[in-house]
Write a protein that binds this ligand. Structure first.
Ligand code: CMC
Length: 429
């Protein structure tokens, strides 16, 4: 009979330990009993960048990176992207089940109710330089919201939590659109609550002087799908920031500002912006081979390629490619698509990329779609942050109610100086 244990022999002492294996993992704390002597702190595991450490148990998102599988609460991403609206999926991610019609209508009403921002937020936007990056403005304003809702600090009160969750999901598109309108020098558009979540976002972004903005149904649907694809992705850098910062029991606005800041980075949600800049810099299909050679020489990375978890393909990239065709029928073809397709073709035939299992990720094509929709490149990470809000919040609640969790506080391996005596300044150097 097989035993769900791991037998470890410490060759320093010759002692053997039997560690339980649960859910495919050993507990790092079980290593601490492994000591050379009584004064020894005990064995730790060293895992920079968490490459093989589970920081939590979760029931939200399942990824099988080798098979290219992504599920939210058990449902395949392909089915959700085909059949649901973003708010339907947001409900699923947040509460664990797909909503009934009644639950969905109530949820949509509640989100719609909270779309307006306090008017003072406008002054915060006005304080930024005229060319401020919209993601910088978004991050700051998410944090600022905590000052408008001081009760949000009661993170252990489920009812107070619920209100903040709805506020954040509702206000993120409004904040994002405001960041865009300010960066363009356009007047702000207020929400139109007769429109859907994504339709209203398009309204707040693009309405000019027409009395009523009518979102194009294909673009509205495309945005729903893009938002669904970005809604959660288990323990990525931004989500880890949300959980880690939230573990100090700070309010969700402050924790989410940290998550959004993590997302901004070019290796994370900022990659879609970098992809566009890269495709524009390549400029023409004929320049691709030389560009790929420079990537292989280690000069820079091919943005939108590779993933910590997906080592086969990113299923979100496949769905996005289909959406791109539908969007381009409305907006006209983005000329950068030809460069992207050829770059993908060349890379996928090249031993460098094949050997390292580097495939296009979600960000490789999303930026091309957003650009075709009329969004400036700097807005792309913002477009990632809006739908990821629900993922962050669901993971945050999961962390708060998990009795095994505590303030996130990793250990270190100290390799610096041993104790030494202070030197007065005249004796140094
Ligand atoms: N272009 C060229 N080489 C790459 C790339 C790339 N995009 N990504 C990884 N490599 C190489 C890397 O140099 C290394 O090679 P070697 O073994 O010779 O040193 C090998 O592949 C393994 O790379 P790694 O850095 O150990 O892989 P990682 O799992 O730590 O990094 C990643 C994952 C997404 C940060 C990385 O693939 C990358 O930087 N990609 C470009 C940025 C990007 O598109 N990010 C968006 C990710 S999807 C959206 C999201 O979830 O945020």
């Amino acid at each position: 009979m097989t035993k769900e244990t791991l037998t470890v022999t410490d060759n320093r002492t010759g002692r053997t330990y039997e560690l339980p294996i649960m859910d495919g993992a050993i507990r790092a704390m079980d290593l601490r009993q492994i000591k050379v002597n009584d004064d020894d702190f005990g064995l730790m595991s060293y895992d920079p960048a968490f490459k093989n450490s589970a920081s939590t148990k979760s029931t939200i998102t399942y990824i099988d990176g080798d098979k290219g599988i992504l599920h939210y609460r058990g449902y395949p991403i392909e089915q959700l992207a085909e059949k649901c609206t973003y708010l339907e999926v947001a409900y699923l991610i947040m509460y664990g089940e797909l909503p009934t019609q009644e639950q969905l209508s109530k949820w949509e009403n509640e989100i719609t109710y909270h779309t307006l921002l306090h008017e003072n937020i406008k002054q915060l936007f006005e304080a930024f330089r005229y060319d401020a990056h919209p993601m910088g403005m978004l991050i700051s304003n998410i944090a600022a919201l905590s000052t408008f809702y001081p009760e949000a600090k009661n993170v252990d009160d489920p009812e107070i939590r619920e209100v903040q969750i709805k506020r954040l999901i509702a206000k993120m598109p409004t904040l994002a659109a405001m960041a865009y309108r300010f960066s363009m020098g356009f007047p702000i558009n207020y929400p139109d609550n007769d429109l859907t979540y994504t339709g209203n976002f398009l309204n707040m972004m693009f309405k000019m002087v027409e009395p009523r903005y009518r979102p194009h149904p294909v673009l509205q649907r495309a945005l729903d799908v893009l938002f669904i694809l970005h809604a959660d992705h288990e323990q990525n850098c931004g989500t880890n920031a949300m959980r880690s910062v939230g573990s100090s029991r700070v309010d969700p606005y402050s924790a989410m500002a940290a998550a959004a800041a993590a997302l901004y980075g070019p290796l994370h949600g900022g990659a879609n912006e970098q992809v566009l800049r890269m495709l524009t810099a390549i400029g023409s299909v004929k320049n691709i081979p030389a560009y790929v050679e420079r990537v292989k020489a280690g000069e820079f990375r091919l943005m939108g390629f590779g993933h910590r978890v997906y080592k086969n393909y990113d299923p979100r990239a496949t769905i996005i490619k289909e959406i791109a065709d539908q969007v381009f029928q409305v907006t006209g073809r983005n000329p950068l698509l030809d460069i992207a397709l050829e770059l993908e073709r060349i890379a996928l035939e090249d031993d460098y990329f094949v050997g390292r299992k580097l495939y296009p990720n979600v960000d490789f094509y999303s930026g091309i779609i957003y650009q075709a929709m009329g969004l400036p490149v700097a807005m792309f990470p913002v477009m990632f942050a809006i739908p990821r809000t629900v993922g962050w919040l669901a993971q945050w609640v999961e962390m708060l109610v998990d009795k095994e969790q505590a303030i996130a506080r990793p250990r270190q391996i100290y390799l610096g100086h041993g104790r030494r005596e202070f030197l007065p300044i005249e004796q140094r150097g």
